[in-house]
Design a protein around this ligand. Structure first.
Ligand code: HEM
Length: 321
C-alpha cells in the first residue's frame, strides 16, 4: 500500500512538472490574463458574447471562424498575426487556398467594440484566435483556455498562402509537415483535422472524388454517388457538402465517418487508412474525450506561433484593403 502511495505521488509530480514546463514555454511569449494585466478587464467574456451573437444569427459562422483561425496562423510573417484580414490583390485572401473563407466582418465588428472598450489594445490576431476557440465551445466542444498577447502584422502575401495552405488532396506526409512546425504531435495533428466535424466544403475541392475510378478509395460507393449528384448541377460553385454527418456539433462523428469511407476530402480519407494515423483515428472514433483532449492541446499550440512584445503592432482596424 505504502509503495503504491509513493508511486502515485511520484507520478503526480511528473505530470505537474510536465504541465508547468509546457505552460511556461507558451507563457514566455503569450500570457493567460494578458489584457487584465494591461488594465483592460473582461476582454475574453466580451469577445465570447459578441461572437456568440453572430453564431446564433448565422449557423455557418462558427465553422467559418474556426477555419479562419487556422488559415491566419498558418500564413503570415508572425503566424497568428491578423495578416489574413489585409485584403486586396496579391494578399492572402486572394489565394485559392482561402476559397470559401468568409465572415471576416465578424472580426471587424468585434474589433470596433474593443476599440470603444480599450483603444489600441486588443489585437486582431487575438480576436481571431478567440473566435476560433469560441466556435468549438459554442458547438459542444471543449472550452479551451488560450494565452493572449498576439500582435498584428502589416503585410500579407498571396504567394505565401498559395504555398502554405494545404489543399484538399494533401497526403498524410503533408498533414504531418504542416503541423510539425507548431510542435504538434501526430495525435494532435489528427485531432486538428477533427475540426472538419464542423462546416462544409465546395465541389471544386472534391473533383478528384467525383470520378468512379478515383484512386482515393476506400470509399463508400453510395457516398460517392451522393457527392456526384450534389455536384452535378453546380452553377457558380454554390453547392455545398457537409464535412461530416453532424456539421453543427463539435463531436467525434467525423472520425466514424472517415472510417466508413465517408470523408469529404481526399485528406480525410488519407488519415483513416495511413498506418501512422489510422490507429489514432480509431481511438478518436471510439473515445470522444481523447479527441477533445488532443484538440485542446493542439489548438493551444496551433495558435501560439505569434508576434509578441515589441514585434508587430495593434492595428486600429482589422479588415484592410
Ligand atoms: C492539412 C490540413 C487541412 C486541410 C487540407 C484542410 C482543407 C479544407 C478544405 C479543402 C475545406 C473546404 C473549403 C471549401 O471547399 O469551402 C476545409 C474546410 C474547413 N476546415 Fe480545413 N483543412 C485542414 C485543416 C484544418 C484545421 C487545422 C482546421 C481548424 C483548426 C480546419 C477547419 C476547417 C473548417 C471548420 C472548415 C469548414 C469551413 C466552413 O464551413 O466555412 N481545417 N478545410
Amino acid at each position: 500500500m505504502g509503495s503504491w502511495r509513493a508511486w502515485l505521488v511520484a507520478a503526480g509530480m511528473v505530470v505537474m512538472v510536465t504541465m508547468l514546463t509546457s505552460e511556461s514555454v507558451v507563457e514566455a511569449q503569450l500570457q493567460y490574463g494578458y489584457y487584465d494585466q494591461l488594465g483592460c478587464r473582461g476582454v475574453e467574456d466580451r469577445v465570447r458574447t459578441l461572437v456568440r451573437r453572430s453564431y446564433v444569427t448565422d449557423v455557418t459562422a462558427s465553422a467559418a471562424m474556426l477555419r479562419l483561425a487556422f488559415h491566419d496562423c498558418q500564413v503570415g510573417p508572425g503566424g497568428c498575426d491578423g495578416s489574413i484580414m489585409i485584403e486586396g490583390n496579391g494578399r492572402e485572401m486572394s489565394s485559392d487556398g482561402n476559397f470559401g473563407v468568409k465572415r471576416l466582418d465578424i472580426i471587424n465588428s468585434v474589433k470596433s467594440d474593443m476599440e470603444q472598450m480599450c483603444p489600441n489594445t486588443v489585437s486582431c490576431a487575438d480576436i481571431i484566435a478567440l473566435a476560433g476557440r469560441d466556435a468549438v465551445a459554442f458547438n459542444g466542444g471543449p472550452d479551451i483556455r488560450i494565452p493572449l498577447g498576439r500582435k498584428d502584422a502589416d503585410t500579407s502575401s498571396a504567394a505565401e498562402a498559395d504555398s502554405k495552405l494545404p489543399p484538399a488532396t494533401s497526403t498524410v506526409d503533408r498533414v504531418l509537415s504542416v503541423f510539425a512546425p507548431f510542435g504538434l504531435t501526430p495525435q494532435e495533428s489528427v485531432a486538428m483535422l477533427g475540426a472538419h466535424t464542423l462546416g462544409v466544403g465546395h465541389c471544386k475541392n472534391i473533383q478528384d472524388r467525383l470520378r468512379f475510378n478515383s484512386p482515393t478509395a476506400p470509399d463508400s460507393l453510395m457516398y460517392r454517388t451522393q457527392l456526384r449528384a450534389a455536384c452535378a448541377v453546380n452553377v457558380f460553385d454554390v453547392a455545398i457538402l457537409t464535412n461530416d454527418a453532424s456539421q453543427f456539433t463539435f463531436d467525434n462523428q467525423y472520425y466514424r465517418d472517415i472510417q466508413n469511407g465517408r470523408g469529404l476530402f481526399t485528406v480525410d480519407n488519407a488519415i483513416s487508412t495511413d498506418p501512422r494515423t489510422a490507429p489514432i483515428v480509431s481511438m478518436f472514433a471510439a473515445n470522444q474525450g481523447a479527441f477533445f483532449a488532443a484538440f485542446q492541446s493542439g489548438y493551444v499550440k496551433l495558435t501560439a506561433r505569434a508576434l509578441t512584445g515589441n514585434q508587430g503592432t495593434v492595428r486600429s482596424t482589422c479588415q484592410l484593403n
